[in-house]
Ligand binder design. Structure first.
Ligand SMILES: [Ca+2]
Ligand SMILES: [Ca+2]
Ligand SMILES: [Ca+2]
Length: 248
């Protein structure tokens, strides 16, 4: 499976961009008028929502099943994850999970129709991925806690096409990221290395239209590395080169 690099024209890094979009959504949500009162400009002045010091990222899902977007925000400077529930009152209601957070991913890991959370945590020497199962009403309970070899960007998707959400655990230091294939019940099979460039941010999508999920990876700089998937959770190691022009 080939890889390729895509040069960026500039601008913020994807993680920063995603965080900005998420925080913008938080402000827009908090400022949204009640139903039937939409003659005002699209966005009001907004309000500030306390998400703790140094929020790491923003993930979105409807965690309490009311049809309104909710947000989960791990704080990089506390032992809590804030969960903000969207509502029409203007200020999201907040709850929190008392866990020293790293990165977070949202998926229905046990396939019960209720969104769950995967959260990295641990120390400098020991890393884990915890799965908190959602109850569909905004509550979460710890289901599994899997020790992993590293703690990096989390990406939830079905990488091996078995209808069970899997987890890609990135690595910002080396070329060994980790793939955890989901068992459909909130747990994972033993992980295996995925040899892709070191990365601090990742996104999944079928970029070549072959029906198999691929990865877009970034670790600063002006390139996004695209690694094509084989539909089994593996990603190639060959790097595509720009074709040479004739006569050169
Ligand atoms: Ca679930
Ligand atoms: Ca899967
Ligand atoms: Ca593909």
């Amino acid at each position: 499976m080939p890889h390729t690099n895509v040069r960026l024209a500039g601008g913020p890094r994807p993680s920063s961009l995603c965080t900005l979009i998420g925080l913008f959504c938080l402000v827009a949500l908090a400022a949204a008028p009640a139903a039937g009162q939409c003659d005002a400009p699209a966005f009001g002045a907004g309000v500030n929502v306390d998400v703790g010091l140094r929020p790491l990222e923003v993930a979105r899902g409807d965690f309490n099943g009311d049809g309104k977007a909710d947000f989960v925000v791990p704080s990089g400077n506390s032992d809590k994850i804030r969960i903000l529930f969207g509502n029409a009152s203007g200020v999201p209601a907040a709850a929190q999970l008392n866990i020293a957070p790293g990165r977070v991913a949202v998926a229905d890991f046990n396939r019960d129709g209720k969104l769950d959370l995967a959260i990295t945590h641990g120390t400098f020497s020991t890393n884990f991925v915890a799965v908190y199962l959602g109850d569909g009403a905004g509550g979460f309970s710890l289901a599994t806690d899997t020790q992993v070899s590293q703690s990096g960007q989390l990406l939830a998707a079905d990488f091996n096409n078995d209808a069970r959400p899997d987890l890609f655990v990135g690595n910002s230091s080396t070329n060994n990221s980790l793939m955890l294939l989901g068992d459909g019940a909130g747990g994972f099979a033993p992980g295996f290395n995925v040899v892709v460039p070191n990365n601090s941010d990742a996104a999944a999508g079928d970029f070549n239209g072959d029906g198999k999920l691929d990865l877009a990876l970034m670790n600063g700089g002006n390139f996004i590395h695209v690694a094509l998937g084989d539909g089994a959770g593996h990603f190639g190691q060959r790097r595509l080169r720009q074709p040479r022009r004739r006569g050169r």
